[in-house]
Design a protein around this ligand. Sequence first.
Ligand SMILES: Cc1ncc(C[n+]2csc(CCOP(=O)(O)OP(=O)(O)O)c2C)c(N)n1
Ligand SMILES: [Mg+2]
Length: 653
Amino acid sequence: MNKPVEIAAITGAEAVVEMLKAHGVEIIFGLCGDTSLPLYDALSRSSLRHILTRDERHAGYMADGYARVTGKVGVCEGPSGGGATYILPGLVEANESSIPVLAINTDISVSSRGRYTLTELDQKNLFKPLTKWNAVLDRSVDIPRVFRKAFEEMTTGRPGAAHIALPFDVQNGPVEKSEVWSDPTFGRFPSRRVAPDSQYVELAAKLLRKAKNPLFICGGGVVLSAAEQELQTLAEKLNAPVASTISGKGSIDERCAHSVGVVGSNGGTPETRAIVDAADVIMFVGCRAGSVTTERWRHPSPGGAKIIHIDVDPAVPGVNYKVDVPLIGDARLCLSALNELVSEKEGDLSFVDQKKREKFEAFERLAASSESPIKPERVVAELQKVLDPDSIVVADPGTPCPYLSAYYVVKGSGRRYFSNRAHGALGYAAAAAVGAHFGRPSVKTVAVMGDGSFGMCAGELETFARLKLPITLLVISNATYGWIKAGQKSGYDERYFSVDFSRTDHARVAEAFGVKAFRVLDPEKLSGVLKEATAYGGPSLSSASRCMRRERRFRSGLPDSHATEQAQPPRHGRPAGRQSRADRARLRRVGAPRRCDEHPSLGHQRRAAAHDGRRAPPDARVLHARGIRRPHLLRALDRGDRAPDGREGHRCA
Ligand SMILES: Cc1ncc(C[n+]2csc(CCOP(=O)(O)OP(=O)(O)O)c2C)c(N)n1
Ligand SMILES: [Mg+2]
């Protein structure tokens, strides 16, 4: 009699756990749900550490922070429906920032599809455009193959995020044990390094040898590829200055003579811009030359310096600048290939040195100020003093990112400072700091946020307290979405509209969650408070208040072009909201009609003209098609003259 064939099978959920372990995963961040019950049961019996979060968005950010500091894939999970839509922001940021994060969302059973099942959602199409790779499983037997593919996709070429939807019945289905295997090298990035074409290396080396004032602008690719040593060697050989983007901070020790610091519109200063403008050959390294780094593609000016562009993604070079030499490959391999061909060369760093001194002299003056409200420069300077070089600082958008990027000096290379620069969503830093802490538990991690960001991450304070995380949170409090308010100040004549919110006592909120809290209003007390907070063994929060005339304090020390990375609001644009009190008073004094009477909308003008039987101005689409912008037209209409491009305006009265 034949013996029955015994198939050593495990459940789909167990296979998922085994596949994660097989790729070197040790920790997973997530939040439970009905569709996740089999997965949670398998996790409970495994050696994987699960960090329960209070929001799937934060689970995504934690996985992202973890991946950034470890070089390993970060993993997060959540349930179907809301769990999938809430995890999405974390995944999108990671993907656009080239950070390998795997999100697993459990899902309704395959057999329940299309039957108005609670939480049913087309996860395939939801995640497809926003991840590097995604899949919805239909059969448990596919689990090992799909997970192998996800890890390979995340860590090869340009790293990115992946998403897998795991239906309830797939978690309970069988998987043959022998199918559970992996290539563990796909658990780290870059898992496969691509070498550049030697012909292009030769051309790049030739250009660098001839350059009088070469400059390297490093993006996140240098740190992702762990190319810091090769970069340093090349910079020293050529005596070339090395600038970075915000994500590229850590490419080089910012104390060294070659380091320029951050350039661009969210951390660059007039001095760093001058260094960019002085270069005759610019080499972008692992950098997309996007709007922030290049101040909307003005610095470097197109057609000015010769451009060498190193990137692992062949689609990147040539998008924003005419590139003289594209070098496609892993940053470390490209730089070491250049090192082979370039020999020691004389170079003059005195201009860089002078500009850096000017930048920091201006900073130090403001940082030394004892004025209240506390100046952001003072916050940066005090934080710099209390943290040791190994610490990790995570900055949220708003005030923290530009000020820290500009003036917080990264001492040493590698990931010690980061921010979410792909989408810049508020409320990233606290959760990303949790991931960073689990990735590098032996160093101090600090998250710096505005009060707008605090509002978007406050629920996660419970996680900090429950896990007793020795992370310091610093909230810069001004009761406003200050960065946007500053845009209204500089671009809309202080017509502030819907940017202020009421003051929150962040310290008391933190205390209610069980987090040790400090409140500091006096600049002289900031240093002591930061020392105490960062030395504390558990979670701590310091709320530094900037309370008076806050709108005047923004962007001091930063040029106007720092205002936003989006187009600056046109100065003559249609008013965005209420007139400022001063404007209103001025208008009252001169007996002017209300603004809306003075500048009726185009629609209003068209309706009024039709009513009065007059010739109506063309509608906005026609004007746009002719290249006439609405504000221009309005002024032309007011004056009855020509539009700025010479086309005739229409009188409306
Ligand atoms: C999720 C999200 N919504 C809106 C924005 C647009 N935004 C950029 S900066 C900013 C204001 C930040 O306010 P806050 O965190 O209080 O920092 P502050 O500028 O006051 O220092 C806003 C609303 C954003 N970046 N993210
Ligand atoms: Mg604020």
